[in-house]
Design a protein around this ligand. Sequence first.
Ligand code: GAL
Length: 377
Amino acid sequence: MNILKFLPATILFLNLNCTEDPTGTIKPGEIWPDNNGVHINAHGGGILIHNKTYYWFGEHKTEGKAGNRANVGVHVYSSTNLTDWKDEGIALKVIEDDENHDITKGCVLERPKVIYNKATKKFVMWFHLELKGQGYKAARTGLAVADNVTGPYTFIKSLRPNAGQWPVNFSEEQKKAEYDYVMNRWTAEGRKAVKNGMYLKRDFEGGQMSRDMTLFVDDDKKAYHIAASEENSTLHIRELTYDYLDFTGKYVRVFPDESNEAPAIFKKDGKYYMFASGCTGWAPNPGRSAVANNIVGPWISLGNPFKGTQEEMKVSFHSQSTYVIPVMGKKDAFIYMGDRWVPDNAIDGRYIWLPVDFENGKPKIKWYKEWDLSIFD
Ligand code: GAL
């Protein structure tokens, strides 16, 4: 038999096997090609699990510094194994022909998250929105809805939530306090005022600021919108209405004046866990974690979840949290999903995905250069 005759077919077979490998590996920080060989473009993302498929929604970035703004929209990919991702196109497109539209091309549209409402059969996307040309002043959250998971999503509205409503955990004394809004926020006096809700009071009538955000659907199907508010000093956990298209008005302040952003929430054994970061823009900082028996708190800090050298822990393996993925078909298997931002060439941002470990009831994230889902077995 002439072996050489069969060699090309064998090579082709092996190649095909490689690309279709159901147990591919995850290489944090490396270029991550999609089904077309193009680096995945879904930053500040989140995952929706629907019909046994993972859908990864994220910010579509473009080249250069200007690529941090929304020039295209929200990109979506699908996968059944978390390693091979199919480009499903742009789920929500920015508006090209109306300069005054909330999501006009060149606005800032960040951290989109999608949840599915079983009762209305709608896919609901909330995101952080900054109006074009206003820097990060607007601090709004935007809503878009679709009938199909991959879209097209239709923009519905953007707003500052909970106008005219007090948080559940706000005392009568805090409601009555008067503030000198021009005082230095970083003095001891300023910090005390912020902790007591100075910015919340300032924004009471117009609605609360809403920047870095995530969504969380609980087992009872109630959904929550979790965002950095009050000039990024304080997280707000806000209950959404039954259709997920609005706020019920019930919300809590979490970690007032502790400057948390990039929140990501998951639930394990009836407890709620949160990852977050400090506020240093695109630059990484020491990550944070917290636990609660109830989604609305009280939340208890569990410190930096990253476990490595001091240098690695200071920068969270050079990443910032964005979501935690519950792995289908595996018990207690969760993946930390973080962004390694490249602000000077936004499109080159990388993804840091690492398994979440538990040590003495605390979630821990260790570095793996290359790993696969068998780590959870
Ligand atoms: C980060 C935030 C990002 C983006 C960036 C802009 O702190 O997490 O989503 O808003 O700031 O500087």
